[in-house]
Write a protein that binds this ligand. Structure first.
Ligand code: ADP
Length: 583
């Protein structure tokens, strides 16, 4: 049943009730009014009749007199003697008067005897009709009481005619009222329907269109409240969505892995980083952490925190071959915020690797310095035991060689330290490659001549000049040529060539030595890394030369790589930018 029908039925019932009550009330008051009116006129008429009769000691034919008066006033007229005997009646034949009952006990007569006038309503025994009787006492006459009676059917007739008219009028009013109600309820219905529709939209989360019912009545107020609520809710939801988006952006962009577990141990939130680290399935959220977190240490930490403990951060090895190291921190979420725990995984692989490199470096330095130191100490002891030994000169030479090696080592180490700390600035100038080669050749004349090696140059005209620090490029070339000379046999050539590759100048230093084992190629630029010395003639290098070369080339924004050339020999390629130095 719709709101409208209900309102309408309610209005109908109310109207019917009002109509019924109104008719009843009107009828009643009308009846009373008519009764009063009839009673008053009957009394007047009775008094009149009484006045006509009084002072007439004898009446020839009282019944005829009654008939005449009755005709005149259109009412029944009865004359009653003091003893109650009916002396005349306008509606009873004179012959039948004697058969009439004694009227002394009639209510109106009793009243008239006591007060002079009396009125009564009852059903007439004579006519059988509801009748109003009014009697008055008459003085100085054989007729003690004159009575006038009127049947009340007149009243009923008038009342029913009035009722008919009232019903017609009220019925018309009712119809009009119902039509109005129908129209009004339709209007109301439309407004309520509009609000209900908007409320339905709000329910689905669409806050775009407000209710917009701005009437000042109760429905308008409801609509306004709904609007305000929706607006506020919409704003809050928007804010929440924005905050969620921010959080999602942060979590997605984070390198650290984050997992939020609720108090029941179920995964509430994971970010892409942690899904990759722990290899969680896409459907992990909602699962218990024990089902999806396969790493026992992390699971143990989560269990401890959820149980109220405060475990120390763990270090875990993830990745297929456990090569990546992660530090896992688990912290509890405050009980007021729902409890649970947050796991954060940091990738500390690089940190650990750097640590390892540093430790290896220190060990290497110590080892490299100890070897010559031990030798020097040994020979110094031998010399002090017997300074005049015939071998003294040889010992001194050995001591000097080791001291020189230590000096070179310390020199290279200091240089590397300076390069590491970026303490060496670039003094850029246009450097002619040919001039660099000539200078290096000049520096190494004795070494090259001693090993009967020649340098062959092939410098392309479009790759003859490069912008760089001449001293540093000289060191690069010198190191490479020195290695080429050291690691290749006597009587061979060292090839230096340049060519242009787009925005790069490529400089290659190639020799005809044994080359470098493939396995060692990626590592020879590392500090102290040397290819197995039993396989090559050890010229007493420090193992730092190529590290310095790489540093210097990278300082220029370039790259250095090593390879083996076809037909034997190693080839080192230095690529230097010709244009502006890339960052
Ligand atoms: P070193 O002082 O020992 O020469 P480097 O850093 O210059 O140290 O070189 C590292 C290692 O790379 C060398 O020990 C050597 O085994 C290898 N290497 C360098 N250049 C050559 C080359 N031209 N031919 C073969 N091996 C080379």
């Amino acid at each position: 049943v719709t709101f409208r029908t209900r309102t309408f039925i309610g209005a109908c019932l109310a109207s019917f009730a009002a109509l019924a009550v109104a008719t009843l009330l009107i009828e009643q008051s009308l009846r009373r009014y008519l009764y009063d009116d009839i009673a008053a006129s009957l009394l007047t008429e009775a008094r009149l009749v009484g006045a006509l009769l009084s002072g007439r000691p004898a009446l020839a034919d009282p019944d005829r007199e009654a008939d005449a008066l009755g005709r005149l006033i259109h009412a029944r007229v009865t004359f009653v003697a003091a003893d109650g005997q009916v002396l005349g009646d306008s509606e009873v034949e004179s012959g039948q008067l004697s058969s009439l009952e004694n009227h002394a006990a009639r209510e109106e007569i009793v009243q008239a005897r006591q007060t002079g006038a009396g009125t009564a309503i009852r059903q007439s025994r004579t006519t059988g009709v509801e009748t109003m009787y009014t009697a008055v006492s008459v003085k100085d006459s054989p007729i003690a009481y004159a009575r006038v009676a009127l049947p009340l059917t007149v009243v009923d007739e008038r009342v029913s005619s009035l009722r008919r008219r009232a019903l017609i009028g009220l019925g018309a009013g009712l119809v009009a009222a119902l039509l109005l109600t129908w129209a009004a309820s339709g209007l109301l219905n439309r407004r309520i329907r509009a609000i209900a529709e908007v409320a339905g939209r709000y329910k689905t989360g669409d806050f775009s269109q407000p209710a917009r019912d701005h009437a000042r009545d109760e429905i308008g107020v409801v609509a306004d409240v709904l609007d305000d609520t929706a607006r506020e809710l919409g704003a809050k939801l928007g804010e929440m969505a924005r905050e969620r988006a921010h959080m999602a952006a942060i979590l997605t962009g984070m390198v650290e892995g984050v997992v939020l577990v609720n108090a029941a141990g179920r995964l509430v939130l994971t970010n892409p980083a942690v899904r990759a680290m722990l290899r969680l399935p896409g459907t992990a959220e909602g699962c218990h952490y024990l089902e999806v977190v396969r790493h026992p240490d992390i699971a143990a930490q989560l269990a401890a925190v959820l149980a109220g403990g405060q475990p120390a951060p763990t270090e875990v090895h993830l990745d297929q071959d456990g090569r990546r190291v992660f530090a896992g921190h688990v912290v509890a979420v405050a009980r007021e915020r729902g409890g649970g725990a947050v796991l954060v995984l940091h990738d500390i692989t690089d940190l650990r690797r750097a640590d390892q490199v540093r430790r290896d470096f220190v060990a290497n330095v110590s080892h490299e310095l100890r070897t010559p130191l031990t030798a020097i100490r040994g020979y110094v002891e031998a010399l002090s035991d017997d300074p005049t030994s015939p071998e003294a000169r040889r010992f001194l030479e050995i001591i000097s060689r080791h001291a020189l090696r230590m000096e070179r080592l310390v020199h290279d180490l200091l240089r590397l330290a300076r390069l590491d700390a970026r303490q060496e600035a670039l003094d850029r100038a246009d450097c002619a490659i040919a001039a660099l080669v000539t200078a290096v050749e000049h520096d190494m004349q004795t070494l090259l001549a001693g090993r009967r090696q020649q340098i062959q140059t092939a410098i392309a005209p479009e790759a003859a000049v490069v912008s760089g620090d001449p001293a540093k490029l000289h060191d690069v070339l010198r190191n490479l040529v020195e290695n080429a000379s050291n690691y290749s046999p006597e009587d061979t050539a060292i090839d230096i060539a340049t060519r242009r590759e787009g925005e790069w100048l490529t400089l290659t230093v190639a020799d005809r030595g044994p080359g470098i084992p493939e396995a060692d190629l990626p590592r020879i630029f590392e500090r102290f890394y040397r290819v197995d010395r039993s396989r090559t003639r050890d010229p007493g290098g420090t193992g730092l030369g190529l590290s310095i070369v790489r540093h210097l080339v990278e300082l220029h924004g370039g790259r250095v790589t090593a390879a083996n050339r076809e037909g034997g020999g190693a080839v080192f390629t230095v690529r230097l930018p010709l244009g502006p130095v890339p960052a």
